[in-house]
Design a binder for this molecule. Sequence first.
Ligand SMILES: [Zn+2]
Length: 228
Amino acid sequence: MLSRSIEDYIKAIYALEAEDEKASTKHIAQRLGVRMASVTGMLKHLASEGYVTHTPYYGVKMTDRGRRVALGLIRRHRLIELFLAKTLGLPWDEVHDDAEVLEHVVSDRLIERIFEFLGFPEFDPHGSPIPGKDGSIAPRQGIRLDEMKPGQRGTVVEVSDRDPEFLRYLTSLKLKIGSEIRVRDRAPFNGPITLAVGSRSVAIGHEAGARVRVSIHGGLARRARKRE
Ligand SMILES: [Zn+2]
């Protein structure tokens, strides 16, 4: 078994690559909340173990070996979150932190039992795909809410789970997985995006919009727009 710290680095590098961010020393340090000097040492170690390749002045790239470890951890994390939400009824903002700890210690046998018990689920409580045991993962669904155009409609399919405060904010807006939304208006100069959620009107900023993914329904909702 790898140490928790090594596993956290591998996950952080995988997440940065998945977000199209360069896995540079600086980005990794920011993500893990550690000093850059500690990152440098760890990256050398990860490279020597074959989890990443190190390119001077760029940062690191994940190898297939590293990716397998990352996806295994993500599988554990997301199944634990779903288990806590479904069986204990914990709200979506209270499962991530415990999953961050448990993912490192729960046995493979228990994880696979949880997977069976939950009926072979495909998504976690935040709408993120659960990787398969073979290391496969479904592509992310939808587009970012902040990239939607006025008139576009869709269903909220995934939200970022890293910040419980953000999830509580979404809850206060009554936005959840499965919410049907329509973009009413985008204020100029990166101003707020106004959404119709049912009969309510909700304004959301770009930073929050970037953490929400929406599966778009076909075509623009022209008729609905005209009535406004
Ligand atoms: Zn999580």
